[in-house]
Design a protein around this ligand. Structure first.
Ligand code: ADP
Length: 176
């Protein structure tokens, strides 16, 4: 049973904008109007229609998620979630980051996405400690997949070797 669940998790190094999955998650900011990092890369790859749609949505609170189409991306959907800015850990950062994963998975279920790719939310410009963030990502995803069969596969797309190694290290700890 534990092995079966672990088989539904993938960890790859690469660029999330190239992922051929039903939905990719964007680490957005509360304005949903684009920005740097993965957010900028997703907007560039999806094309200007994405910004038109996110502008209509009008923003998203930290920890929540909003769905748009993927436009020129291989992915059919983009799930925009807003990670917490790390300010030392006493501003509910852990809970808010867990909410991002749970709400993004919930949004994937709503659109019927069977395959979903996540970036490492909050660990870039928002400075959330990487080892801590990957454990939250994996634990939250594990609990969700245990209770839901819509999302068959979740892929963590790691931008660089450091993020990739952090996920690999935490995977056995969380899933065994
Ligand atoms: P945040 O503001 O939530 O910290 P960032 O985009 O600054 O978001 O960083 C989140 C993570 O996304 C970091 O690990 C960063 O290296 C990674 N990242 C940046 N570009 C891409 C991309 N094209 N595909 C996947 N991950 C990316």
């Amino acid at each position: 049973m534990a092995t079966e669940l672990k088989d539904r998790i993938g960890i790859v190094e690469g660029d999330i904008t190239t992922m051929d999955v039903d939905a990719i998650v964007n680490a957005a900011n509360t304005t949903l109007l684009g920005g740097g990092g993965v957010d900028g890369a997703i907007h560039r790859a999806a094309g200007p229609e994405l910004l038109e749609e996110t502008r209509r949505i009008g923003g998203c609170p930290t920890g929540e998620a909003r769905v748009t189409k993927g436009y020129r991306l291989p992915a059919k959907w983009v799930i925009h979630t807003v990670g917490p800015i790390w300010t030392g850990g006493d501003k509910h950062e852990d809970v808010l980051l867990a909410n991002c994963y749970r709400n993004s998975l919930g949004a994937a279920v709503e659109v019927g996405a069977a395959t979903l790719a996540f970036p490492s939310i909050s660990t870039g410009a928002y400075r959330f400690p990487l080892e801590r963030a990957v454990r939250i990502a994996l634990k939250e995803t594990k609990s969700f997949l245990e209770a839901d069969q819509t999302v068959q596969k979740v892929i963590f797309v790691c931008f660089g070797g450091e993020v990739y190694r952090a996920y690999q290290e935490a995977l056995d700890e969380v899933f065994d």
